[in-house]
Design a protein around this ligand. Structure first.
Ligand code: GCO
Length: 443
């Protein structure tokens, strides 16, 4: 039977969230604009033209939400700092009100016996920096350096667990290649420099944090999907390998000193154009842990028509397999395979599952939310985490995405991932059946 003892006494249990998806208060108390504040204004980018300007009002309601987390036996809370709340223009003047706010959040966590885990960059670049090219401009190394130094100056004594970037392949891929996330840029000419600069910032951020606080636990978080070829043909298998390198390895391997995956992903050779002598070394970061964020697997087919990668994913609906409201296949073995895969890298010291969860069509009926699908989802994925752990994998923590329903980027509010339901009209919180299930599991 699944129970927490299978994971050992030191295993870390938590929930995750991020600033843009929850805080709201997008333009109060001195906060500068972020690229998401701008992006949600564009036509036809966000489902139902939703925006995050109120979101879950975490900025004003954090005490209530952290108390809820405590009531659910949650001991670790992962959230992010909004860069433009701390440095409204990205660099330069510090916004004291932003510093005070995060101090209050951290203090509240501690008063509730909850350990804060802070992500420095969860996709919300200050708009003032995007105006200067954002992640495509190598200057971002200086901007990011200033931001991380500022965070350490104010928070080094308050926070022991830091994550540098959240899902860099998603914010560069969706934001600078596909144009479906902020800042809405497209093409290899934006994607490749953004990737390279993010790889460099990841390592730079690591060095800065360690300089201020050698004993801090510092990681970065990577989205990952188990990749399966649709057929056994050589062509399909190679297509699947390319996707695997792109989605699962592009930001980790350079940090481990393995460089970019040129061999399996030939298109990445074009990144050399953005590299300066010595960069290979600057890409390395001896991370204390890696955060992995897994939801599903992808089944890949060779495609002549898709440029650069010549591969495409076959959607779960088309394969007629069980999937969540996001259209993502429910495939618990995926998390097992990913943990094993990352565990096999000698340079990976420790793996924390920093996100796992699911969106389903939840509804509030008589003040209750009955979500058996989510309970089934979480327990089946956790059983696979336990299996990997039993086999000796270096996994030592698990965070559910997310504490509450929130702003799901381009999907708006209709995709609910929370253990706690939010009525976005009234902002009323209701713990879902899955939230009670997690609470019992952790008791
Ligand atoms: C992330 C994720 C979250 C999403 C979650 C569900 O990178 O942390 O994008 O912000 O809400 O993964 O899609």
């Amino acid at each position: 039977m699944l129970n927490r003892n299978l994971f050992g006494p030191d295993f870390i249990w938590g929930v995750s969230s991020s600033a843009t998806q929850t805080e709201g208060a997008w333009n109060v108390d001195g906060k500068g604009h972020s690229i998401w504040d701008t992006f949600v204004q564009a036509k036809n980018k966000i489902a139902a033209q939703h925006h995050h300007y109120q979101a879950t009002e975490f900025y004003h309601r954090f005490e209530e939400d952290i108390a809820l987390a405590k009531s659910m036996n949650i001991k670790h809370f992962r959230f992010s700092f909004a860069w433009s709340r701390i440095l409204p223009d990205g660099i330069g003047t510090v916004n004291q009100q932003g510093i005070d706010y995060y101090k209050r959040v951290i203090k509240c966590c501690k008063e509730n016996d909850i350990e804060p885990w802070v992500t420095l960059y969860h996709w919300d670049l200050p708009q003032a920096l995007e105006a200067r090219g954002g992640w495509t401009n190598r200057e971002i190394l200086h901007w990011f350096e200033e931001y991380v130094n500022t965070c350490m100056q104010y928070f080094k004594d308050d926070v022991n667990h830091w994550m540098i970037l959240n899902e860099p392949v998603v914010f560069t891929g969706a934001g600078y290649f596909l144009g479906i996330h902020a800042p809405g840029k497209r093409g290899l000419k934006n994607f490749l420099p953004a990737v390279h600069h993010a790889v460099l910032c990841q390592a730079l951020g690591f060095r800065i944090i360690k300089k201020w606080k050698p004993e801090a636990q510092v990681g970065s978080t990577f989205s990952c999907s188990y990749i399966t070829p649709y057929a056994a043909s050589k062509r399909t298998v190679r297509a699947a390998q390319r996707v695997d390198k792109l989605l699962n390895c592009l930001f980790l391997e350079p940090a481990l000193g393995l460089g970019y995956p040129y061999k399996e992903l030939p298109i990445i050779k074009r990144i050399n154009k953005y590299m300066l002598p010595g960069d290979e070394l600057l890409m390395k970061a001896d991370l204390d842990f890696i955060g992995i964020q897994n939801y599903t697997r992808e089944v890949i087919q060779h495609s002549f028509w898709i440029p650069f990668i010549h591969a495409k994913a076959i959607p779960a609906a088309k394969r007629k397999v069980y999937h969540t409201a996001m259209g993502w296949e429910v495939y618990p073995e995926s998390i097992y395979h990913m943990i094993k895969k990352y565990s096999a890298y000698t340079g990976v010291k420790k793996i924390i599952v920093t996100e796992n969860g699911a969106a389903f069509q939840d509804s509030l009926l008589q003040e209750q939310v009955n979500d058996p699908e989510r309970i089934e989802f979480l327990s089946s994925y956790l059983a696979e985490v336990a299996r990997a752990k039993r086999e000796g994998a270096k996994v030592n923590g698990y965070f559910v995405w997310s504490l509450t329903d929130n702003f799901e980027w381009a999907e708006g509010y209709h995709k609910r991932f929370g253990l706690v339901y939010i009525d976005f009209e009234t902002q009323q919180r209701t713990i879902k059946a899955s939230g009670y299930w997690y609470k019992d599991f952790l008791s």
